[in-house]
Design a protein around this ligand. Structure first.
Ligand SMILES: [Fe+2]
Length: 418
């Protein structure tokens, strides 16, 4: 991130803390409960956002070296993604050209060849059909025409992008627009995978997304956990087309006041999230990225799957404690007395903080909302003036589907009167 941008974000957050006022979106919006429950809407979202748009499937660290692969089955097409000896990232439909059986069964691993378990047709990690048994019986086949079906794939800024349609064109830089150079500046391609977590819960995929859309709840929902590390009720929000950056202060932000702006570093002061339309939330720092990919569940709008993956530099295995700092681990990460000195978060601690907060606190709220939305007893909810990222996220997905923007709340109108 350009230093000028770092200073702008930090200054804005310090200003909000100074005057004790959060961001102001200028209005409140009403969101219909049906946004989280409507079957027809869910079907439209699935087609428009997941079957027809570029998808982020991971970071470069998911394919750490030649011969590594991952399989993905989250957006309606089985994907096999590989990194071959040439270092290039490729993606294919994970299906044998004979009868369609998935040639790679494991979620991730190392393999330069993939053999279909059914009849042992074998493919290279570049997709070429290398061989098949008993052609004298099977009959002639042009191997060059029976490679694994390639999918448009591009590695950009350390993000692995795949288009679910084989005949589509993928232009990641056009997709990201002005956000592209900023994402590139973080060096996310240099990070190594530290851990993965899957959360499958009874909340709409957009409710899971909403977790990452306001700082209003930090002090209320997370007083004993994240609330000890972050200051709530302060938000920096900048929009990049369909995407946005959402940032909020660590408790250490006050240190910046004692330093000249030239020494301000965003990683010391602020937690930065990027929302990549439609379903990616990414917490990015100088030494880590936590990627959250959120998917609707085939069962219906009342359930979603969040795939969280954590990446680090150095990698957890190479983590060396700084002797001049207090290392915080998963069991003492919330001990504020330790935080009076110079601290260092172990990879285990940062994974624990993120995963447990989301699963045991945020998504529990989401499940509660989902149950009420499905009961039909409350037709709409309100997004406050201080919940600007939620305004952007919801109005963006509505615009993409050709729906009118969320209704602005007028003063004096009861939400129960209709
Ligand atoms: Fe939260």
């Amino acid at each position: 991130m350009q230093h000028e941008t770092q200073v702008r974000v930090i200054s804005e957050l310090l200003r909000q803390l100074e005057v004790d006022r959060n961001i102001d979106a200028g209005r409140q919006l009403r969101v219909p409960a049906s946004a989280y429950t409507c079957q027809d809407l869910a079907a439209e979202e699935w087609q428009a956002f997941f079957r027809s748009r570029p998808q982020v499937i991971g970071l470069s660290g998911d394919l750490p070296g030649p011969g590594s692969f991952v399989t993905v089955d989250d957006f309606g097409v089985n994907v096999l993604a590989t990194r071959a000896e040439d270092g290039k990232f490729r993606a294919f439909v994970n299906a044998c050209r004979h009868r369609g059986v998935q040639v790679a069964q494991e979620p991730h691993g190392d393999a330069t060849r993939f053999q279909c378990p059914f009849h042992h047709w074998t493919y290279s990690n570049r997709g070429e059909l290398l061989g098949l048994p008993r052609t004298k019986d099977f009959g002639d086949i042009d191997r060059a025409c029976h490679s694994l079906i390639p999918l448009p794939a591009e590695e950009f800024a350390g993000l692995l992008w795949v288009h679910p349609k084989a005949d589509a064109t993928l232009d990641v830089q056009a997709e990201l627009g002005e956000l592209g150079p900023e994402l590139q500046s973080w060096g996310m391609d240099k990070l190594e995978l530290g851990g993965r977590k899957m959360i499958d819960k009874a909340l709409n995929w957009k409710l899971a997304n909403d977790t990452f859309g306001e700082t209003y709840h930090f002090k209320r929902l997370h007083p004993e956990t994240l609330g000890r590390l972050l200051i709530g009720d302060a938000t920096s929000h900048e929009v990049f087309g369909r995407h946005h950056r959402f940032a909020f202060p660590f408790r250490t932000i006050g240190e910046m006041r004692d330093k000249p702006e030239s020494e301000w570093r965003i990683g010391r002061a602020v937690s930065v999230f990027y929302y990549l339309f439609p379903n990616v939330q990414m917490n990015v720092g100088p030494r880590h990225v936590t990627l959250v990919r959120i998917y609707p569940h085939p069962e219906g709008p009342g359930r979603s799957v969040s795939r969280i993956s954590h990446y680090f530099r150095p990698t957890p295995a190479d983590f060396v404690a700084d002797p001049d700092r207090q290392v915080l681990d998963a069991n003492n990460v919330y001990d504020t007395t330790l935080r009076k000195g110079r601290v260092q978060l172990s990879p285990a601690a940062s994974m624990e903080v993120f995963d447990s907060t989301v699963e045991q606190e945020d998504y529990v709220m989401g499940e509660s909302i989902q149950a009420v939305a499905e009961s039909g007893s409350m037709p709409e909810f309100i997004f406050g003036r201080n919940e600007a990222p939620l305004h952007h996220f919801h109005n963006t997905f509505r615009r993409e589907l050709g729906l009118p923007p969320l209704e602005v709340v007028r003063e004096g109108r009861s939400t129960t009167a209709r």
